[in-house]
Design a protein around this ligand. Structure first.
Ligand code: XMP
Length: 402
């Protein structure tokens, strides 16, 4: 479970200082912010709204990669008291789908997303006559982008892109010195409701990084339905972050030694172990930098053909032995249920415990919840045939799949 770290942050002074800095820097100029409902953009919008009032324009970009019903839900939450932020939704679904069409590689997708995101904001800034763009960049975003772990969607200047030249606006980042838990403290101080201040993070590129490989309407529909199931089922465990990712379902047999390592680690009689590699890769971290690695899947059955419900110690033992011997494997997935007939997509359930998101442990979700959630996913997602639980910590995996 997430515990609260003692913060060295003086929240009231931080808020006063930031409001003053924004006021002095912008004067009577207008600013634009892309809000998502996440705690980072909400806190940045609240600080800027305090400084600028009506000169702040809050845009929710509906890029088609949000969860079911999210645009309207977020708009309602942010516009209502006590936050009272003036939010408008921009429907940009077609633009984003077109920009990402045919792309398979994680970094190519992230770059195309980022380009489209900023171009969309640039168009909105011109219409609204805003010279400034406010961003909810936090410390971990900068550290991870500089460390080469990924192309964070909201990082520009740190990787040498001049936003004035390229997009026509200056960027201000009022919370870039804070870690996530400190942003939550500021949110609570500013009166944000619990659904905003304690909201689990959702990546800027949204479900585009959870549809592994090429994005299609079909995969998006299925992952949206599965996400809803996992969010409802895991919520009571209060993990730091919990979601699903969808993969095409293509796979091939993993090396025999990998299976042998798993059998040794499990150390049980009367079991059958099936080990495969998925045809798509997923991101991970090897020696401190981002790596695109193999995803291995394990199905462990007893002789009545039932899935063996291994305890978490054994699961981790198996996983770590495999990843020590095969560092190219950045993810290990353990099968929970499968449909008896036909081919189709794979859903990976992911749930992690972390404070700073730079490292993370998996949530030890009780087996009865794993099974009931996976079965509900099969019911909600007719094109999904197998559901797994991702048992990989960060590192060597990343939290997200791309
Ligand atoms: P990873 O996958 O890098 O994720 O272990 C760490 C945390 O960052 C979130 N994340 C993002 N957030 N823009 C964001 O605003 C992004 O491009 C992005 N990529 C990952 C992720 O959900 C997790 O909380």
């Amino acid at each position: 479970m997430t515990c609260n770290k003692m913060s060295e942050l003086d929240v009231a002074s931080f808020v006063n200082a930031q409001v003053k800095i924004i006021k002095e820097a912008l004067g009577n100029e207008k600013a634009l912010i892309a809000v998502s409902g996440g705690v980072d953009s909400t806190v940045s919008a609240l600080l800027t709204h305090k400084a600028l009032g009506d000169n702040l324009i809050c845009a929710f970009i509906d890029d088609n990669f949000m969860r079911l019903g999210e645009p309207d839900r977020v708009k309602a939450m942010l516009s209502a008291p006590p936050l009272n932020l003036p939010v408008r939704i921009l429907n940009e679904r077609e633009r984003f789908m077109k920009a990402l069409k045919g792309l398979v590689d994680a970094e190519d997708k992230r770059k195309a997303f980022r380009e489209t995101f900023y171009q969309t904001l640039s168009d909105a800034a011109i219409v609204e006559e805003c010279k400034y763009l406010v961003q909810g960049t936090i410390k971990a975003d900068i550290e991870e982008t500089q460390g080469g772990i990924k192309t964070q969607h909201n990082i520009l200047e740190q990787i040498g892109i001049n936003p004035v030249e390229k997009f026509g606006y200056k960027v201000i980042e009022p919370i870039k010195s804070l870690y996530k838990y400190q942003v939550r403290e500021v949110a609570r101080y500013l009166g944000a409701p619990e659904i905003a201040s304690e909201r689990q993070p959702f990546p800027g590129p949204g479900l585009s990084v959870r549809v592994v490989g090429e994005i299609t309407d079909d995969k998006l529909d299925q992952v949206k339905a599965a996400t809803l199931v996992v969010e409802e089922s895991f919520m009571m465990l209060k993990p730091a972050q919990y979601f699903t990712a969808i993969l095409s379902g293509g796979s091939y047999e993993a090396p025999k030694i990998l299976k042998r390592e798993a059998v040794e680690a499990i150390n049980k009689d009367d079991i059958q172990v099936y080990a495969r590699y998925l045809s798509e890769k997923a991101t991970g971290i090897v020696e401190g930098t981002r790596a695109y690695g193999l995803v291995s899947t394990f199905k462990v059955l007893d002789y009545s053909e039932n899935i063996v419900q291994l305890d978490y110690e054994t699961l981790d033992d198996m996983r770590s032995k495999i990843q020590e011997s095969f560092p190219e494997v950045t993810r290990v997935l353990y099968q929970i249920v499968e449909r008896s007939d036909g081919e189709g997509y794979i859903i990976a359930m992911r749930s992690v415990e972390t404070q700073d998101f730079l490292t993370a442990e998996i949530t030890e979700v009780p087996w009865d919840i794993l099974i009931s959630t996976a079965n509900k996913i099969l019911t909600a997602c007719p094109k999904v045939v197998k559901v797994y639980y991702d048992i990989t910590p960060k590192p060597p995996a990343t939290v997200e799949y791309e």
